[in-house]
Write a protein that binds this ligand. Structure first.
Ligand SMILES: O=P(O)(O)OC[C@H]1O[C@H](O[C@H]2O[C@H](CO)[C@@H](O)[C@H](O)[C@H]2O)[C@H](O)[C@@H](O)[C@@H]1O
Length: 392
């Protein structure tokens, strides 16, 4: 296994030619290299106070705006008297489904094949939260998982080491999942609570022993610890500069910040995107990424959900690919890092949760959280049967 030893803080993350405004390479489509440095945040407190910039910037910005628009599947709207439109949406959905089935076959249909790979191996299960265990909803505070899903995940954890890896803060995702038998990685893997590991504690300076609210001994890995106050400051700034945009919501996830635009009128997306972009532009140690109708601000460190999977496998002593099969289920761009790690290291595979056509590093797909639950139940039933067979 390729270990992520040493400090994950990137010292020189930006190609020289692109770095003069301190913009990380992941921001290139967002960057406005020919633009003067951004003004102070106070000028954003009134709506529409900022004039649009030069046309070249508009072109770049429009590309980015397209990405904002495309960042979550459109809802199927039934418009009165528009049967043709509904039929064409239906066709598009069917096309998407067949394309997905061809490129990323259903993990339900391929279940037998999957367990064939798992034969005589221990399965390690990694689960994303939003869009995987809970359906995508308008209000991030109401993204609850069903009791049935909770019971299913509890059963999964009974048979397989199981971790949740989420973009949310670790506390928030724990509050939603409420299962003590799992491992949790919040802030896109930048805040991991896991088992004790002597080998890891020697090589990772950010690996510390601590106690939880109940006084239980735990070990924490927080590679972006030094960014805590910066993230908090940026969170406050983002709250301030978006407060006049109806529907905007900013979440503090401790080591990263989310700016939601799902409930913002589409004609204000450009404004919100531009403001967030301008804030990040002034912080060379932060970068902007994109989720489902959400902009995410994170530290520029060489750490992501993929690294978190590697870290957890190592701390769980599950690095032997001949004896361990890892499965990661997720729906978002940030899950791609984990899919890729498993694909490249041939240690397992990703399952993409998507009802629309998406390029992915996953091997299989599931349509939605309901199918995720079915898949997890099949896995649990299979494991139970295995146990019974061994008893006979
Ligand atoms: O890594 P995840 O567990 O998938 O978290 C990613 C983001 O999920 C949440 O936002 C998404 O779900 C919301 C609730 O369904 C939805 O309203 C929003 O549009 C989605 O982007 C969470 O609120 C974000 O902070 C996470 O980064």
């Amino acid at each position: 296994m390729e270990s992520a030893h040493g400090s994950p803080v990137l010292t020189d993350p930006v190609p020289i030619s692109k770095s003069r405004l301190g913009i990380h390479s992941s921001l290139l489509t967002f960057s406005q290299l020919d633009q003067p440095m951004s003004p102070t945040t106070s000028k954003y407190t009134r709506s529409g106070s900022r004039k649009s910039t030069a046309s070249l910037d508009d072109v770049r910005f429009n590309g980015w705006l397209d990405a904002m628009k495309a960042s979550s599947p459109p809802r199927k709207k039934l418009l009165k008297g528009s049967c043709i439109q509904v039929a064409s949406i239906d066709n598009e959905i069917e096309d998407n489904i067949s394309w997905m089935q061809l490129n990323y076959p259903s993990a339900l249909d391929c279940f037998d094949k999957i367990i064939e790979h798992a034969k005589n191996k221990k399965i390690a299960m990694f689960l994303d939260y939003d869009g995987t265990l809970s359906p995508i909803v308008d209000d991030p505070d109401c993204a609850f998982m069903s009791e049935a899903m909770r019971a299913t995940v509890r059963s999964v954890a009974k048979y397989f080491p199981t971790a949740i890896i989420s973009g949310r803060s670790r506390d928030k995702v724990y509050d939603l999942v409420k299962l003590t038998e799992l491992y949790y990685a919040g802030s896109h893997g930048m805040d991991i609570i896991g088992p004790d590991s002597d080998s890891l504690s020697k090589v990772h300076p950010d690996y510390v022993k601590s106690t939880d609210n109940q006084g239980k001994e735990i070990t924490l890995f927080q590679p972006a610890r030094e960014f805590l106050s910066m993230i908090d400051q940026v969170f406050k700034t983002l709250v301030e500069i978006t407060k006049d945009i109806k529907g905007a919501k900013v979440e503090n996830h401790k080591f990263c910040v989310s700016v939601h635009y799902r409930n913002v009128e589409e004609n204000n997306w450009k404004t919100i995107g531009q403001r967030v972009h301008d804030v990040v532009k002034d912080c060379p140690r932060l970068r902007l990424t994109h989720g489902r109708k959400v902009l995410e601000i994170r530290p520029v460190i060489d750490w992501n959900k993929g690294k978190a999977v590697e870290f957890l496998l190592e701390s769980l002593g599950l690095t032997d690919r001949d004896n361990v099969l890892s499965i990661y289920i997720g729906d978002d761009k940030t899950d791609e890092d984990a899919f890729k790690v498993l694909r490249d290291s041939k240690r397992g595979f990703g399952i993409l949760v998507s009802s629309i056509r998406k390029e992915s590093n996953a091997f299989y797909s599931l349509h939605d959280p309901k199918e995720v639950m079915k898949f997890l139940q099949l896995l649990v039933n299979w494991k139970r049967q295995q146990g019974r067979k061994q008893l006979i």
